[in-house]
Design a protein. Structure first.
Length: 264
């Protein structure tokens, strides 16, 4: 009986050691006697017990790294970057997985090489730019890094998905000088706006005064014309009255001079 139990235990040990669970989002790299043998995709898989070994589990999910580093511009200004790198394994093909598994001794070595390569690419671009140009170079920096590293990452089995430049800052002295420049520019714009507003106010005031003078002159001219017309009508009416009165006096046989005497 003891021998049977021993055989059963050994058999169970062999069976369990031959089973392997590969989690979702990873690929298992299998070696035999230290040499690459095959890859295993996610699920319950079998391997040769005690001989085949799991060399490495490769994640095919997106991964990220936060980076902080310094660069120097062509005019010797220190620029500090904070960025986030998003990358992943190119695909789950066997040749790609072999590159990822065997190009570097471990994953930490790959991360170091990746970070240093990106820092070098950004520094080489920043070194050709002046301090005043840096803040507007976010998209150009990302494009430059992708152009520089796409081929290199492909040889390592990876693909650069995105590089986000979250913060670009300068030294304290430069930041203070930039604040003074911005403040001076804002004051100049404010002064220009105030001058324009004053010009508009004075122009409108002058236009209003001119309009008031013109309206007063027009009213005075109208009043003078109306006074003249009234005086002319009065004189006409007076002359017509004199004529009718003279005719009436002559009709009654009286001297028209009597009319002037009566008016006097």
């Amino acid at each position: 009986m003891t021998a049977i139990y021993i055989v059963l235990v050994v058999a169970l040990a062999i069976v369990f050691s031959s089973l392997l669970t590969v989690t979702q989002g990873t690929i298992a790299v299998i070696t035999l006697f230290g040499k690459y043998k095959r890859i295993l995709t996610p699920g319950l898989r079998m391997k040769i017990p005690f001989l085949e070994q799991v060399y490495r589990r490769i994640s095919i999910q997106n991964q990220s790294i936060e980076m902080e580093f310094q660069a120097v511009t062509i005019d010797q200004a220190n620029v500090y970057f904070k960025s986030m790198l998003l990358y992943s394994v190119m695909d789950a093909e066997e040749e790609t997985i072999k590159k990822v598994a065997f190009k570097f001794v471990n994953y930490a070595s790959f991360q170091t090489a990746l970070v240093r390569s990106i820092e070098s690419a950004i520094r080489s671009l920043v070194a050709t730019k002046a301090q005043a140009e840096i803040l507007g170079l976010r998209s150009e920096i990302v494009s430059h890094v992708k152009d520089e590293l796409d081929t290199q990452l492909e040889e390592w089995g990876y693909h650069l998905l995105d590089l986000q430049i979250n913060d670009i800052s300068f030294g304290v002295a430069i930041m203070q000088s930039m604040e003074r420049v911005v403040a001076a520019q804002n004051e100049r714009v404010a002064a220009e706006n105030e001058g324009a507003a004053l010009l508009i106010r004075e122009t409108k005031k002058a236009e209003a005064e001119g309009a008031a003078i013109r309206i007063a002159a027009e009213n005075e001219a109208t009043a003078a014309r109306l006074r003249g017309e009234g005086l002319a009508m009065f004189r006409k009416a007076l002359a017509e009255g004199f004529g009718e009165s003279a005719e009436l006096l002559e009709k009654h046989g009286l001297d028209p001079a009597l009319l002037a005497f009566s008016m006097w």
